[in-house]
Design a protein around this ligand. Sequence first.
Ligand code: GDP
Ligand code: IMO
Ligand code: MG
Length: 433
Amino acid sequence: MTNVVILGTQWGDEGKGKIVDLIADRFDVVARAQGGHNAGHTVHIGDRKFILKLVPSGILRPGKKVVIGNGVVIDPAALLQEIDALEQAGVEVRGNLFISNRAHVIFPYHRMMEKATEQTPGKIKIGTTSRGIGPSYEDKIGRRGIRVAELVNGDHFRDHFRANAQEKDLLARALCIEEAWDFDAIYDEYRAYAERIGPFVCDTAGYLQRAIGQGKRVLFEGAQGTMLDIDHGTYPFVTSSNATAGGVCTGLGVSPVHIDAVVGIVKAYVTRVGGGPFQTEADGSVARHLRDQGGEYGSVTGRPRRCGWFDVPLLRYSNTINSFASLIVTKLDVLDGLEKIPVCTAYRYKGEVLRDMPALQHVLESVEPIYEERPGWVGTTSGLTDHDALPQGAKDYLRFLSDQVEVEFGAVSTGPERDQTILVRGSRLEKLL
Ligand code: GDP
Ligand code: IMO
Ligand code: MG
C-alpha cells in the first residue's frame, strides 16, 4: 500500500493543512513527525474553519487515526486546549489520537528562556513563534529533556523536573530574567495534564509498524517547510527540527522502506514569517497586494507574512533534498488579475550567476534575484475544479514553473475549501492517491 509524505517546500504555510485534509480520506492513518504548536494548519470545511497546531489534520475525517510522533515537542496545555476545541466542535478525538511516549514535553521555562534569548542584545533575532520550541529541542539534544512517558508514568518525573528546574533557575539568574517561577505549581499543573494525556499515549512507532504490516495506508503530514529545516534551511533563521523528508523516519520511528513517495506543497508565490533572508521578497504595494489577496497573516501568531515571488532555485534545492514525486501548487487564485508575474530563475552574486542555493547566510542575503517576467491572465481561477477551465495564461504560468523546477504539478489549489482543487488527470499524483 502506498504511504505518502506531504511536505512544505518553501518557508511554511504553503497550505499543507488544506491538502492533508483533502486527501486524508484515501488513507487510514495521518502522522506528524516534527515541530510543535509553532505550526498552524488551516482547514476550511463549509463555513467551519479549524486551525490545527499539534493534532494532524486527518482528525477532521471521521474514523481516521492520527499520530503525534516522537519527533514532535508537545506543550500539554496547548494540546489539551486543541483536543477540547475539537471535541466541542463535534470531532471525535478519543480512540483516534495516538501520542508517542517518546515525544518531548515543553515546559513554561522553555518559553521564558526563548523570550530572554530572543531579546538578548547583540543576538540574532530569529523572530520565533515564542512557543518554547527551540529550547525544548535544545533540552532533547542536550539529553536532559523530559519525555511524555516520564511525565505520564510519574515515578521519576518529580526528581527530573526538579533537577531541570534548578538548572533553568541558574540560567535565568545569569540572564537576569526577573520572572518568578513557582516550580511546585508547575509540577502540580503538569501532573494534572499527565492524567488527561495518559489515555492517548502509546509506543507510536510500534503502532505504525503494525498498521503498515496490516496493509493500512499512512499519510505523513509535514509541519513548517524545507527552508525552515534545521539542517537544510536558511540557518540560523530556521526552526529546530527536520522539516524535510528525512525527519519523517527519525520523528516517527518509521523505516524509509515504508515510504513510497514524497509530495511537495508549493505556493504559487512565496511567503515567510519571522526574520532571515528572503531572496524574492516584494515590498510596498506589491507585497500588500499579495498579503491582502492571500490573507497572508500567520495562523499561529497573526503576524503579517512577508510576501514575494516564486523562486525557482529555492524549489530546485527543495527538490534536491526531498525528491518530490509530484508538487501540489496552492493559492494560484491569489495571482488572478496581475498583469505581470515575476519569477526568479537564478541569482546573481558579485557578478556571477548562481543557479543553486548558497549555504552562507550573508551570501543569501545579498544575492540579487534574476527575474523573468511572465504574463498574467485575464479571468479568474478562483474555485475552479477543472484544469481545462483554467485561463490559458494560468496554464502557461504553471507549465513554465513546472518546466523550470523539473517536477510535475499534480494538482492545483484554487481556494481554501476542500473542493476548490484541480487534480491533474494522468499525473503521478493521481496514481499515488
Ligand atoms: P499550512 O501551515 O501549510 O497548513 O498553511 P496555513 O494554513 O498556515 O496557510 C495557508 C492559508 O491559505 C490558509 O489560510 C488556507 O486556508 C489558505 N489556502 C490554502 N490553499 C489556498 C488556495 O488555493 N487559495 C487561497 N486563496 N487560499 C488557500
Ligand atoms: P507551518 O507548519 C511558517 C518560523 C517562525 C520563525 C522560525 C523559528 O504552519 O507551516 P520557532 O518558533 O519554530 O522556533 O520559529 O520558524 N515558523 C513558521 N513559519 N509556518 C510555520 O509552520 C512555522 N513554524 C515556525 O516564524 O521564523
Ligand atoms: Mg501554517
